[in-house]
Write a protein that binds this ligand. Sequence first.
Ligand SMILES: [Cu+2]
Length: 245
Amino acid sequence: MPSFGAQKGVTSESSSVFHLWQGFSIGAVVIGGFVVVIFVYAIVRFRRKGDNIPRQSQYHLPAEVAYTVVPILVVFGLFAATLVVENKEVSNPKTDVIVNVNAFQWGWKFTYPGTHTSVIGQTTQAPTMVIPVNTNVHINLTSTDVLHGFYVKEFNFSRYALPGVLNQFTINAVKTGTFFGQCTQLCGLYHSLMFFNVKVVTMPEYTAWLAKTSNASTSSAAATATNQQTNTGVPTKPATSQGGN
Ligand SMILES: [Cu+2]
């Protein structure tokens, strides 16, 4: 089946969204094709052949009912399919892996409740959220200051991070790898650099990483994470800026 410009992504949720997109696209092609065919037929079959007015057919009740009811059914069908996929996205099955994601001007903080692990980074430091593969990962998404957007292309997923609001969703990655994420809401001066990464690893690797990063106290773990990011030599937010978390 053609992809219609979209991608399957790397989570079970992203493939549901992808299949929904395929369904929508096929529906559009079928309906669009039908419209083109009857247009061409009408243009050719009823082209002007003299001054006679062709047979008029308004008030043809069955035809009028059909072209009213059929589009309504199509809209309901698309609506129902969307509802099923959307509900799956926010179903939040019970899981042991929870990550609190906090967005701020202009960066991200990933904390792992029940552990001392905390990863924080801003702008081009692009902090990395580590999650296990083939596992439901519950995300608690919040914002410290203004509206932000949590978006990972390979997840086919975007969600607002809102101050004072807790947005919850579940990711089940089916592939290991590192995937690029970014803020999708214009949130201020360094919005365009508000990057992060999601690193999907095997469960043993995840457990080992968590044990390693959890050893230190909360603050030093966060500091270590920040230092590691800073030491990459990538320029970060200019010192003159006073934004922060
Ligand atoms: Cu932002």
